[in-house]
Design a protein around this ligand. Sequence first.
Ligand code: PLP
Length: 362
Amino acid sequence: MPPKRFLFGPGPTQVEPSVYQAMTQPLVGYLDPYFFEVAADVRRLLQSAFGTKNDLTLAISGTGSSGMETAVTNFVEPGEKLLVFSAGFFADRIAEMGRRHRADVIKIDKPWGETFSGAEARAAIEREKPAVVAFVHAETSTGALQDPKEIAAAAHSSGALVIADCVTSLGGAPIDVDENDIDIAYSCTQKGLSCPPGLSPFTVSPRAVEQLNARATPNEVWYFDLKLLRDYYDGRKYHHTAPISTFYALQEGLRSIEREGFHQRWKRHAEAHAQFVGGVERLGLSMHVAAGQRIPTLNTVRVPENVDDVKVRTRLLDDEGIEIAGGFGPLAGKIFRIGVMGPLATPDNVNFFIGALSGALS
Ligand code: PLP
């Protein structure tokens, strides 16, 4: 038996019991009409979670990185300029994928934990004139939440498409894909949606669909070719064996959010975040990211001077069964990364966590 854990890390996070239950339901085939009903329901629910009416909304088979790869391989053609706003590990990963797809990658860097202002975004886009702009909405390596609106506006006035990594925001915070005018957004199932890892929610604006249809070069990657995936989910033409049980899980995870209400869920997470910040500040700790720029579901707390972060994390795991994560890259040893999401985002669970952290630090 796996040990019982409280998953207060950045992901995977605590799974809803009804989601585990859904995964035990009998398999059907990947071309069964029932499977396509499930996939259609997942599309409808993902549209609500993303805040979009985009027809091309689906779940890619694979973890969050598969959504990233799908975005890059379908929308950045070899030789095209990809501008990445980077203030963390996952934005760097987008740039690396761009390089591997032979894009001309321009990376604009800021210190880990900061975000880009509208003026900074506009200046870089006007100077570089990229074909595609990418950024991370919720940078899990730092805890910072990037405002998408001005990046998207600047990109569109320069004729560029906009890719947003929403791996850590979907389900726990509004993304408002349509209102923010994001062209391509992708996420994962194992964070704000409280499901196991295995699918990458993905959505594409009509503007980006037009560009996809008009692509000058064929996609060199077969598995993540959105035209083939569209033929599968809309045309019911075999592409790959979809992970059926993982679709059941995602459908139930999204339905449980729908039962709660999407806006109510975001409010619950915002309240749990405020309670968490108050709690850690009362312990004398400080947050790494400036107020107003923090991800509501993933908190980054500075490790106090003379405290060994590995020892604290080990005590939490050994004594309480609580998993949290440390920092990496320039933030290694300097921050704790603490997720408060899904079933754990309640007043009682936040109190339980703050008490346990206090004990582990003493
Ligand atoms: N992007 C962000 C912001 C992430 O936090 C992660 C994973 O934590 C990824 C991409 C990659 O997702 P996965 O590990 O599910 O492949």
